[in-house]
Design a protein around this ligand. Sequence first.
Ligand code: HEM
Length: 486
Amino acid sequence: MRDLGRALLRSRVWRSIARHGFPDSNRNRSLAVLTNFFLHFHPVKVRLRAIRFTRTFYLGGLSAACFLILTMSGVLLMFYYRPAVPHAYNDMKDFAFVVSSGTFLRNLHRWTAHAMVGLVLAHMAWTFLRGAYGPPREFNWVIGIGLLVATLLLSYTGYLLPWDQLAYWAVTVGTHMVAATPLVGPEIELLLLGGHSINDNALVRFYVLHCVVLPMTLALGVGLHIWRLRKDGGLHLPALPMGEDTNHGQDVPGSEEGAEGSPTDSVRLVIPNVEVADGAPDPGDEPMVMTFPHLLLREVVAFLALAVLLVCASLAFDAPLEGIADPARTPNPAKAPWYFLGLQELLRYYAPVVAGVLLPSLCIVALAVVPYFRVNIERPALWQVAPLRRLALLWLAIAVLTGVFRVGATGIVWSIVVPLWLVGAAMSAGALPWRGGRLGPWLRTRSLPFWIFTWFLLSAIALTVVGALFRGPSWRFTLPWRDGIY
Ligand code: HEM
């Protein structure tokens, strides 16, 4: 059998497809990555520190994996689904009763879409919190913001396609927010819906956006994003502390000097973007491992874990399908998809133009420009100079912001103000004279953008949780354990 395998790999047909032998030497492992269309976006070798699970939790890779699963399951769904008002809802029913494995396919597509939104948001948050948005990655961060918006739109446009009550009214909430944009709102709404109401035209437009325009945009954007990742010097890694054994005392297979005499072994890798502390080892001397198998194995395991999870969820839970869309019967409450519930909750306090347009646009612009302002990037400096004066300034700023979030609102927006106070308290704790322990130095060395982002993040989570669990008919406050979840 072994001989047969080797003969097959040596055969002319096989060598016309793959130009390398069995990947049992570093040379062949290098060629396996270099000459493979799907793998060549990886470098041949990676720094050992970069493949540690906690470095990225593979969140970006898993987002890309979700996109792949969505594309495959979406194409299969397209064979049966017709984007026309008389058919759309019935085709959804057919998935349950006529199409073989139709329910599973629909569930897989729906749960993967939710997973992708969650993973992309988590990837963005983790990338920010570990400071990977700074030079030279600023532009890749901006591309990432574009990918986030495209992912949200992809999920949102898919929401209408089942043409049930949930779809119809969730999309109605969203388009009302769009229509509130000053000056251009009604025009954008007209462009999106192809009319002034959600009907056949809107369904076709959402279908084309969902199945063609947005997937193509995302595919192009993800390709650009990953290409930039390599051009920016690979993953962001923190400065090498003096004398740290990045190997943790272990031998790294495939990283030995000159192992197997491969041509790539003699290439000295130029790593332009690793910060180096004074007296720290040269980053060029960092331990490296072969991408094949070390990184690829980890990626395959992460992908399989995600796939198993999604398949189990799709077997256990059915995607919701309510009654057919009825413009004359408004459900109470009509809730947007979970990732827009934070905005819908804000609508409870502010006029649509503020909650649906001004605040989200400000957040997106702030996120996009933050890498270009190197505010307090010398982290320890925050409390090193005049700590008392800075503490007073901090609480003055918090008082002003608390006031700003009260102005024009129908009440105190607790979901924003409480996270602000919590972040202020955690920041202030960093100024205390801590003796020993890790918490004090950790709090003291966070940068100002870190704290601002944490505030954004906590507020977004609080608004979403309140909107999802604690709001009932007419958007009144309810308790989920007493009244159930609406
Ligand atoms: C469809 C959505 C996205 C996909 C498929 C994607 C994919 C990836 C992948 C595969 C990586 C390599 C590291 C990892 O696996 O985490 C990465 C890194 C990165 N991503 Fe994304 N990403 C997406 C969205 C975003 C968003 C929303 C942002 C931020 C706004 C972002 C910013 C970055 C940055 C700055 C890096 C470099 C991190 C570093 O150098 O350590 N990405 N992305």
